[in-house]
Write a protein that binds this ligand. Structure first.
Ligand SMILES: [Fe+2]
Ligand SMILES: [Fe+2]
Length: 142
């Protein structure tokens, strides 16, 4: 089995469809996408050491990204601010569990690759379910 049939495909077309139009946010999404790709590449090469490094960086990057988004909507009357932030917290918790297991456990490459899919699905949840909602709110206020 190739192991790619269940992969979330975070390609550039998909990224452009989910553009918010906010430069810093779109740049973050691109950066996180690139890091997920690096994680998949490290898995494909069987490089556990690289998986650890990339996973740790991903966790930091996603945490920073969520902060940046929340700083953006906190001063507004965005009605879903609390829900959006709560979702960020839950997503970040799932990522922390993953990154901790990679950093301190003895996961197999397969387990890390599955975790990379989890990270991709987390990013997709943020983009599609939450950030598009934020985008619609900000555009309505223009
Ligand atoms: Fe986001
Ligand atoms: Fe978000």
């Amino acid at each position: 089995m190739g192991g790619s049939s269940n992969r979330f495909i975070l390609d550039t077309t998909w990224l452009s469809l989910c553009r918010t139009g906010i430069g810093s946010i779109d740049a973050d999404h691109r950066d996180i996408h690139d890091r997920i790709e690096r994680l998949h590449e490290a898995c494909a090469l069987g490089r556990i050491d690289q998986c650890r490094t990339v996973s740790a960086g991903l966790l930091v990057a996603i945490g920073r990204h969520f902060h940046r988004e929340e700083a953006l909507f906190a001063p507004t009357e965005y009605p879903n601010a609390r829900h959006h932030a709560d979702q960020h917290r839950q997503l970040l918790h799932r990522l922390t569990v993953f990154a901790t297991a990679v950093a301190h456990g003895s996961p197999s490459i397969r387990e890390i690759a599955d975790g990379a899919d989890l990270v991709a699905s987390v990013l997709m949840t943020d983009h599609v379910a939450l950030d598009m909602d934020l985008k619609a709110y900000l555009q309505a206020g223009d």
